[in-house]
Design a protein around this ligand. Structure first.
Ligand SMILES: *[C@@H]1O[C@H](CO)[C@@H](O)[C@H](O)[C@H]1NC(C)=O
Ligand SMILES: *[C@@H]1O[C@H](CO)[C@@H](O)[C@H](O)[C@H]1NC(C)=O
Ligand SMILES: *[C@@H]1O[C@H](CO)[C@@H](O)[C@H](O)[C@H]1NC(C)=O
Ligand SMILES: *[C@@H]1O[C@H](CO)[C@@H](O)[C@H](O)[C@H]1NC(C)=O
Ligand SMILES: *[C@@H]1O[C@H](CO)[C@@H](O)[C@H](O)[C@H]1NC(C)=O
Ligand SMILES: *[C@@H]1O[C@H](CO)[C@@H](O)[C@H](O)[C@H]1NC(C)=O
Ligand SMILES: *[C@@H]1O[C@H](CO)[C@@H](O)[C@H](O)[C@H]1NC(C)=O
Ligand SMILES: *[C@@H]1O[C@H](CO)[C@@H](O)[C@H](O)[C@H]1NC(C)=O
Ligand SMILES: *[C@@H]1O[C@H](CO)[C@@H](O)[C@H](O)[C@H]1NC(C)=O
Ligand SMILES: *[C@@H]1O[C@H](CO)[C@@H](O)[C@H](O)[C@H]1NC(C)=O
Ligand SMILES: *[C@@H]1O[C@H](CO)[C@@H](O)[C@H](O)[C@H]1NC(C)=O
Ligand SMILES: *[C@@H]1O[C@H](CO)[C@@H](O)[C@H](O)[C@H]1NC(C)=O
Length: 597
């Protein structure tokens, strides 16, 4: 019936043509989906103060990108801000496609009123990720949204299919916008205490009299007895958050694309840039609604009370509103040695399938010899040449005006140096440089993140997942290798590093390209705490790294190669609409082969 309707409704030549194309393609290739993202300012008052936030297609947070392993994803981004813009895809490995990574080292920024289409494949990945604007603190004003990569049908997930799914974007928030916050950092000041925490772009429920009236808060409607998969992302500026749901256990099942040994928690610390999935069963008696809380962590929690996000979990049979004090985290972080226990409790489920049918633990990372060790030490902001910067190994990264692979491709020399030091040196003064790591393709390396700064930081590597084999206080030394988890360490892409402590990660350099290594805390990133790894296959034949995409934008030394874009906003909006229609058709077509081929 459905098929007949489909044909009678759509038997036009172009449709059959596309159908034929897709049937052919789906045997050899993977389905495609496309999205159109119009990025603009809208006015919102999440904390009761009107401000301009960055919206996507008028939404804050932005829409979900919901795809399946190996899909080809196009996102045509129209920049309607008054400043340059790039999206980056946090945790998406973009194999061989650093051209699409959306950071300044790999992409020219999209100028105001221009558009650029990202095209990448979510190759061999499953799980929970997010996208966000990578430039100049823009994430502090929004522009973020969730990415979900579902398992292919034939690959089982290691738990029962949940009854529903809920995404939470949590993050600290300032009523000042990103340009004002940039001014604070440029003047050498710290950002200071945020004005609140948002849950899905909304302010706190009035759980106490100090919350102003009239604030819109997040309400999650659920049915008793059902189990939901909740995906939680810390998209904030710089604050670690403790996430909890009153009276409910949270069963941790996935960390940034890898299934865990399932473990119950009453509350969980989620650091800036991290993503997790939990299963939560609605097993309470609904005598009232329940609080959903995201509160500041690893700061003076008494002084930072206003930095608390509160939403409401509403059972369909609820008998009343949530009231009374917020639940408190069960884990005690006042004890130095206990703060790492949660992270240490995350173990990979080695027998579960990931994106492929073979078990996640079939790659025996613990048996591979380490080829190189990099110690990256972060230090607190310091003055270099009269202004304040933050460094890794004494280097505050200066973004080259020509993206690095683009410079390689077009033989622009001197844009960057391949001399990033493998270890910090105490006797060299801090400096500003475009210095990156000359990494060896197919090497198996360890990176030690050593936090000599004063706050919890989280570090991220684009293009990769890494094994978090150890973390501890003090300085890392060679003999710490004896304490590594060489069997079932969590594999992820963003890891926390406590002040005065280190975190060791292992990774196999099998993804060619130029990949960003950064602190996820926006203030320190803005001040220069990042670098890149350049990983080139010496026998590249087009199969490990993609060639430059045809629509790449040009800038810096290559600016003259950029053709002008027709960018009257009216035209583009029309294009946007057409693309929306087109993308819907594409989604339908992506389903067609399932039924007809
Ligand atoms: C950001 O805030 C500054 C200072 O309050 C203001 O001048 C500017 O117009 C704001 N920018 C946007 C895009 O709202
Ligand atoms: C994502 O798509 C799948 C179908 O592929 C659907 O079952 C699921 O509800 C979608 N999730 C969201 C959050 O849109
Ligand atoms: C801009 O959008 C148009 C469609 O509206 C598309 O054809 C074009 O490829 C896009 N430009 C880039 C650089 O991706
Ligand atoms: C690990 O994965 C297996 C295979 O899917 C599953 O049966 C098992 O319940 C999982 N174990 C834990 C503790 O999560
Ligand atoms: C987690 O907690 C729930 C609710 O208390 C319980 O039913 C479940 O068995 C627990 N699961 C594990 C793996 O501990
Ligand atoms: C519901 O649960 C709460 C807390 O567990 C308990 O105090 C209360 O008495 C229960 N109410 C009913 C109607 O069972
Ligand atoms: C935390 O802040 C409160 C309120 O500002 C203050 O009274 C207290 O001394 C602070 N505690 C610590 C350990 O600094
Ligand atoms: C690792 O190194 C040891 C000694 O350095 C060597 O005996 C062993 O063969 C190496 N293993 C592999 C897989 O290369
Ligand atoms: C300071 O600026 C000058 C001129 O721009 C530059 O030559 C020098 O390398 C800079 N010093 C450091 C430490 O970055
Ligand atoms: C980068 O490393 C490769 C292989 O280790 C080496 O051949 C090359 O000379 C290095 N390049 C620079 C600029 O150091
Ligand atoms: C850790 O390393 C720093 C920098 O090299 C050094 O100043 C400090 O004394 C070391 N700390 C310990 C406990 O060894
Ligand atoms: C940072 O390093 C200095 C010396 O280089 C040391 O005195 C200090 O204790 C370290 N601080 C942290 C938080 O690691």
């Amino acid at each position: 019936m459905a098929a007949a309707y489909f044909f009678s409704r759509f038997t036009t030549f172009p449709f059959l043509f596309s159908l034929a194309l897709l049937c052919g393609f789906s045997l050899a290739g993977d389905p495609s989906v496309s999205y159109v993202f119009e990025v603009s300012y809208i006015t919102a008052s999440p904390l009761g103060v009107p401000q301009q936030v960055i919206a996507i297609n008028g939404k804050f947070p932005g829409p979900v990108i919901n795809v399946t392993t190996n899909y080809n994803v196009d996102v045509n981004v129209f920049n309607r801000l008054d400043e340059p813009f790039l999206f980056t895809w946090n945790g998406i490995e973009m194999r061989g496609e650093s051209w699409q990574d959306g950071v300044l080292g790999t992409n020219c920024p999209i100028p105001p009123n221009w558009n650029f289409t990202y095209s990448f494949q979510v190759k061999d990945q499953i799980g929970s990720f997010f996208y966000f604007p990578s430039l100049n603190l823009q994430r502090a004003s929004g522009g973020f949204g969730p990415i979900i990569i579902n398992n292919r049908d034939r690959i089982p997930i290691p738990f029962n299919e949940p009854d529903g799914e809920i995404s939470f974007m949590i993050g600290d928030w300032y009523t000042q916008n990103h340009t004002a916050l940039r001014g604070v950092l440029d003047s050498g000041e710290e950002l200071g205490m945020p004005d609140g925490v948002l849950i899905n772009g909304k302010g706190p429920y009035k759980y106490t009299s100090s919350v102003p009236d009239g604030i819109q808060y997040e309400t999650i409607n659920v049915d008793p007895g059902k189990t939901y998969r909740i995906r939680v992302h810390n998209v904030g500026t710089s604050t670690s958050l403790n996430f909890r749901i009153q009276n409910h256990k949270m069963l941790l099942v996935e960390t940034e694309g890898h299934y865990n040994l399932q473990t119950n928690f009453t509350d969980f610390d989620i650091h800036v840039g991290q993503s997790y999935s939990f299963l939560v069963t609605m097993d309470q008696n609904a005598s009232s609604d329940y609080y959903i809380v995201a509160s500041a962590r690893f700061v003076n929690e008494t002084a930072w009370q206003r930095v608390t996000g509160v939403g409401v979990l509403h059972y369909s049979n609820s008998k009343g509103q949530a009231s009374g004090p917020l639940p408190v985290p069960a884990t005690d972080v006042s004890q130095l040695w206990s703060v790492m226990n949660q992270q240490r409790a995350i173990k990979q489920n080695t027998t579960a399938s990931g994106a492929r049918p073979n078990p996640q633990g079939s790659y025996h990372y613990g048996e591979i010899n380490i080829t190189d060790t990099y110690i990256l030490r972060s230090t607190p902001p310091t003055k270099i040449n009269g202004s304040v910067h933050a460094t890794l190994n004494g280097i505050s990264f200066l973004n080259p005006s020509t993206p690095m692979r683009l410079a390689d491709k077009h033989k622009v020399n001197g844009v960057y140096k391949l001399d990033f030091p493998e270890r910090p040196a105490d006797n060299i003064p801090p400096r500003l440089e475009s210095s990156i790591i000359n990494a060896t393709y197919k090497g198996f390396i360890q990176i030690i993140f050593q936090n000599n700064d004063t706050k919890v930081q989280s570090f991220h590597i684009d293009g990769y997942s890494f094994y978090v084999v150890a973390m501890d206080f003090g300085n890392w030394t060679e003999d710490k290798k004896g304490s590594y988890n060489n069997w079932d360490a969590a594999s992820r892409s963003t890891v926390e590093v406590y002040p005065g402590a280190w975190t060791a990660v292992l990774l196999s350099l099998d993804n060619a390209g130029v990949w960003n290594i950064r602190v996820q805390n926006l203030d320190r990133w803005y001040l220069g705490q990042e670098t890149y790894m350049r990983i080139i296959n010496p026998e590249e034949n087009g199969s490990t790294e993609m060639d430059q995409p045809g629509n790449a934008l040009y800038c810096g030394a290559l600016k003259s190669m950029q053709k002008d874009q027709i960018h009257s906003s009216a035209t583009s909006i029309l294009n946007g609409k057409w693309n929306l229609v087109f993308s819907l058709v594409m989604v339908l077509l992506a389903l067609v082969p399932v039924f007809f081929c």
